[in-house]
Design a protein around this ligand. Sequence first.
Ligand code: ATP
Ligand code: MG
Length: 565
Amino acid sequence: MSDINETIKPRHFIQQYIDKDIAAGKNEGKVATRFPPEPNGYLHIGHAKSICLNFGIANEFNGTCNLRFDDTNPGKEKEEFVRAIEQDVSWLGFEWNGDVHYASDYFEQLHDFAVELIKNGKAYVCDLNAEEVRSHRGTLQEPGKNSPYRDRSIEENIELFAKMRAGHFADGEKVLRAKIDMSSPNMNMRDPTLYRIRHGVVHHQTGEEWCIYPMYDYTHPISDALEGITHSLCTLEFEDHRPLYDWVLDNITINCHPQQIEFSRLNLQYTIVSKRKLTQLVDEHHVSGWDDPRMPTIAGLRRRGFTPTAIRDFCDRIGVTKSDNSIEMGVLENCIREDLNEIAPRRMAVLNPLKVVIENYPEGKIEELEAPNHPQKEEMGTRRIPFSREVYIDRNDFREEANKQYKRLVLGKEVRLRNAYVIKAEEVIKDNSGEVIEIRCTYDTETLNKNPSDGRKVKGVIHWVSVAHAVEAEVRLYDRLFHHPNPDAAAKEDKEFTAFINENSLETLSQCFLEATLESVIAGERFQFEREGYFCRDTANSEDGKPIFNRTVTLRDTWDKSGKN
Ligand code: ATP
Ligand code: MG
């Protein structure tokens, strides 16, 4: 037991369930799980919870976890999503067992099992249209009514189902239904649809081979069983579907019966975790795409600068339970902050530049100053940064007048330039509108990386970048995508969830100056810009060709200390 946390952390209910199965010798001690996304969008942070759970259980119990695409709904699915999902699962650090599986791999078998159900009088072809099926279904208080087609002969059902497959009927003209119980208190058991007709769509895996498609509730248990899954973990909304999951497997000839276990979905405040709604955000251009750094998708979080470690850590911290809850965004932000605090090299970057001229520093002189890459980690080494007569500091780090709480540069007072000298502001230069455009300073040669010896106290330390050596960049700062903690719940009939979008969730700073060591940074590299937060080089350049850096997360500590809030 190398990890202390692991030994202390109580085992969640699914681990306990499997412990018992193993103790009882069930499944010969084997554990096989699967992650079964529908390729109708990109994965989001909610899926990460499911991925960490399924792959985590497999790893823990020396078992296997399959990746299976639940691709029974061809109209909404795309190969692009298949590829993106594979990439995201791998990026999170998980390896699926063997080849990628598709529910569509089993279309022939699923069809044959349907024929078996028909032959055993357990399924029938129904001619009711969708509206009629609904009106026959009854309500929670009232039982449903049997379909007039329920008692078709087995022969007729076999023939009609064959014709459905062969394309004799139009969409919606007929469906295949399970013959269970129209008065079941569980609505899912009231003769659920097993197959529907779908013409004119090209399936991303099977092309135009099929015009009938199996329903999820029928497909899922059989796919699980065919793959020898032992524990089929899914979210709570499927709890009421479990009797149907079991019914399907109990009524066909198959020698495997996985156990479905439900856990609660992840909900995250100030965002949305539903592929349908995320699709809407993309389609309606509220965001720039699935990988917009504001999106709670894995692709968005990656582009924003999140690490797989932080996301896995987050999933670990939120735990696995059966009760619905909504996690604060701060929990996720803390995970990435903690990880980046450990691994991100420190750099200086000026986001709102204000020029400082150090009058007593010789013109043309350049010093290479040494700066640590991490204040607590000597092993991360040092870098050399050029210092010269002209530097940029941040506009927010200067005031003409201020009280003692303000520990930055004030006219007539001193401040330390980080990793360099103490400077004193002597004079400000303003433009016609009265805006400060330059500060004239002097520096003290005796103060390089040490405090002045004459007893003056210089408390403030600010960051800077040499003008002549600065790398120009565009920096993007992000805020929450919604200004309501639960946009889904807040949405009413007259107001969609999109009404709660935070219009100020993206702030673009188009002229920032980075220290010279940030000259050639590859996409995805992460840094702490001292006093500003953690940043990651974007995959794209700005319109005018500058590198873009995304702020992954703020430095909470700095916010507190700087008095910005
Ligand atoms: P969405 O509503 O976002 O489309 P989904 O459940 O329809 O989600 P699937 O592709 O079917 O999406 O999901 C694959 C797996 O991920 C399922 O087992 C599902 O239960 C799980 N999952 C989806 N969303 C969450 C979530 N928010 N928290 C935990 N698990 C989730
Ligand atoms: Mg789904």
